[in-house]
Design a protein around this ligand. Structure first.
Ligand SMILES: NC(=O)c1ccc[n+]([C@@H]2O[C@H](COP(=O)([O-])OP(=O)(O)OC[C@H]3O[C@@H](n4cnc5c(N)ncnc54)[C@H](OP(=O)(O)O)[C@@H]3O)[C@@H](O)[C@H]2O)c1
Length: 345
């Protein structure tokens, strides 16, 4: 990556026309970001090359995480872009502390490593990736349970959150947020946080709209960031179950895609931006990531189409999180507090 050069693509999108959302800090976040989780399909090199390409076509929001194992190469892409004329302040870079770094001193260490890898001296947003300290080794079967895994323990989460707040005080991160939390957990976090979460990163796509959590976030000035915005159609088979549905095959989405002459993926993203969340689609293919950004700036969906899309929610959670279950948990719904109650031991 270090040999790469950077140039603004003539066929790209002017970042100033990409819609933005405002965080409670007053900072602006571009309403489409590029995801960087290559899973086991794409190498760190491929993802980092895509990030540089994405910046050249107008992306300014990049969703990273230490656990994705590619921040060191994405950092080279960021450096190349900055040396090529993009100002640091124009970029909005997110990273996340992984589950095995929730300890008091570990949050700072995790941030230090991400900053070093990303070759930055501050982050725009730092998230607690999951509300549990439950680590799992890569490639373990989805049914395996770590004997050390525990349910959500609010006091422990707040110890991690206090460290996140410290990072804001130190000027190392501009904003902090949660990911993969429920309304029940957010209520406790909002009650006890000195610095409230500015965003909640959550699974959001037309077949999984989470209307209550979405509205709770909006009502509490927490910007919803939507992961798997296209329904993660190419996720590994081990992350698929027989009951999972496929957003991009939904007849309503296909019909709208045909009207607009676009891929159904693009309809999912238009819906997301117009609904008010911030999708972070992943692709390493230039034509795809370019269309994923461009779609936020042209040919809006009609009110009737937005209404029709609101009606196709299948409540189909794709990232169920089974590997984070503790030994006495019943099944993955225990992670998500669907009855409004936080599951314990
Ligand atoms: N906070 C969390 O816990 C969490 C969890 C999951 C994900 N995330 C973040 O969310 C990002 C996105 O999630 P995701 O990658 O699972 O799902 P996704 O963005 O819904 O789906 C990505 C896949 O969609 C296909 N695609 C993308 N754009 C397309 C287009 N214009 N036309 C046709 N196909 C298109 C690509 O398939 P091909 O590669 O085959 O082209 C790509 O691999 C991740 O990269 C990560 O940054 C966060």
């Amino acid at each position: 990556m270090s040999d790469s050069t950077f140039a603004i693509a003539p066929d790209g999108v002017n970042p100033s026309v990409v819609p933005q959302r405002t965080l409670h800090t007053g900072a602006k976040i571009p309403s489409v970001g590029i995801g960087t989780f290559g899973s086991d399909r794409f190498s760190a090199e491929e993802v980092a090359t895509a990030v540089l390409g994405a910046i050249s076509v107008g992306y300014r929001h990049i969703d990273c995480a230490s656990i994705y194992g590619n921040e060191h190469l994405i950092g080279e892409s960021l450096r190349t872009a900055i040396q090529g004329g993009i100002k640091r302040e124009e970029l909005f870079v997110t990273s996340k502390v992984w589950n095995n770094m929730h300890g008091e001193g570990d949050v700072l260490l995790s941030l230090a490593k991400s900053l070093k890898d990303l070759k930055l001296d501050y982050l725009d947003l730092f998230l607690v990736h999951w509300p549990f300290p439950n680590h799992h080794d890569q490639g373990v079967s989805v049914d395996s349970r770590d004997p050390h895994a525990v349910p959500y323990i609010h006091e422990d989460f707040m110890k991690t959150w206090r460290q996140m707040e410290r990072l804001v005080d130190m000027g190392l991160v501009k904003a902090i947020g949660t990911s993969n939390v429920s309304i029940a957990k957010l209520k406790l976090i909002l009650r006890d946080a000195r610095i409230k979460p500015a965003v909640n990163e959550m699974e959001l796509h037309p077949h999984f709209q989470q209307p209550e959590l979405f509205q709770f976030c909006v009502d509490n000035k927490i910007v919803p960031i939507g992961f798997c915005p296209i329904g993660s159609p190419t996720r590994p088979d081990r992350d698929k179950t027989d009951t999972d549905t496929v957003d991009i095959q939904d007849p309503v989405i296909v019909k709208i895609a045909q009207r607009l002459g676009v891929h159904p993926a693009v309809v999912c993203l238009k819906w997301a931006v117009q609904r008010g969340q911030v999708p972070i689609p992943f692709s390493i293919h230039r034509s795809e990531y370019l269309s994923n950004l461009k779609c936020s700036t042209e040919n809006l969906l009609t009110d009737a189409e937005m209404k029709e899309l609101a009606g196709i929610d299948r409540k189909c959670r794709l990232i169920k999180g089974q590997v984070f279950l503790w030994t006495t948990a019943k099944d993955w719904p225990d992670l998500w507090d669907e009855d409004g109650h936080i599951a314990g031991l």
